[in-house]
Design a protein around this ligand. Sequence first.
Ligand code: ACO
Length: 331
Amino acid sequence: MIRSEILGCGSYLPERCVTNDELAKTVDTSDEWIRSRSGIAQRHFAAEGEYTSDLAYVAATRALEHAGVDVSELDLIVCATATPDNTFPSTATKVQQKLGMTKGAAFDVQAVCSGFVYGLAVADNFIKCGQAKTVLLIGAETFSRILDWTDRSTCVLFGDGAGAIVMRAMEEQPEVPGNGAGHNSGRGVLSTHIHSDGSHYDMLYVDGGPSTTQTVGHLRMNGREVFRHAVTNLASIVDEALDANGLERSDLDWLVPHQANKRIIDSTARKLGMNADNVVLTVEKHANTSAASIPLALDSAVKDGRIKRGDLILLEAMGGGLTWGAGLVRW
Ligand code: ACO
């Protein structure tokens, strides 16, 4: 059986870092309000003239280097983003151009904050069905470009950034000592699970677009309702992922959640009975970077040595749509 192995990861944050106090100079808010409601202390914003594809490109080159993979070996680029450079072409093809890659295929996946988990499902299935061997999966966003700076209930919660992983088909599962035998002992993506419910479209959306207003529009959110659905949907998706693999909560080494809000993450961790040391938390430093938040968090925990080869990792996210999903990965 073919499985997708994750060979390496990389990430990029724009240089400009804005603290809550700095934001409070132009928005009617406070460090105390933002921290207590969301766990956010700062966020990064892309510079003028710096686009989603620029962030994605740097994250991609870092991931390729970490993986030891040359661009010429790639046959697919999937970019998860809700803030593409342009309506078309896809941001993935712009990254392809920057990388100097002229073969294979590249396209975007749009599932807002669940984008990286959706992208993981797409890439994993392309690999499993034999249509791609080596895939670059990116999550990249410039949410600062779609925020309404007069709406303090949303503009304080988001930031810009990008993260990427390189995945490759492997024919055989290498045994990981200490993980027992069978399907779950080998490295790679064990399973992915994605869901959506379009009836909640108006809970979290952008009020513009090429077909409606011919403008980019601004992010609109019913924060309380999103919070309520996030807690319920994420609790059920983590069980779905574990059940599908015959695994227990106690088998997990790491939770790498979408970084929307510390209170939502704490609630999922409590449900899994995981202690805080096993939850990768970057929302304090990055805020909510939508599709980029999981690969940014993953990269930070891999590079600082917390996540090690053979560790079992649960990735989960919920976002506009509503969309939600999870992926179980043996690193
Ligand atoms: N600073 C200061 N006060 C504020 C701010 C702000 N930035 N924003 C709102 N307030 C005020 C409101 O005006 C309100 O004041 P009032 O009581 O005088 O009317 C008060 O704070 C409470 O407002 P609520 O919206 O009820 O605050 P709540 O406790 O629900 O927190 C929050 C809001 C943080 C948005 C919360 O609902 C939440 O975390 N929701 C989930 C949002 C989320 O995570 N979204 C992303 C997930 S999906 C994705 O990633 C795309």
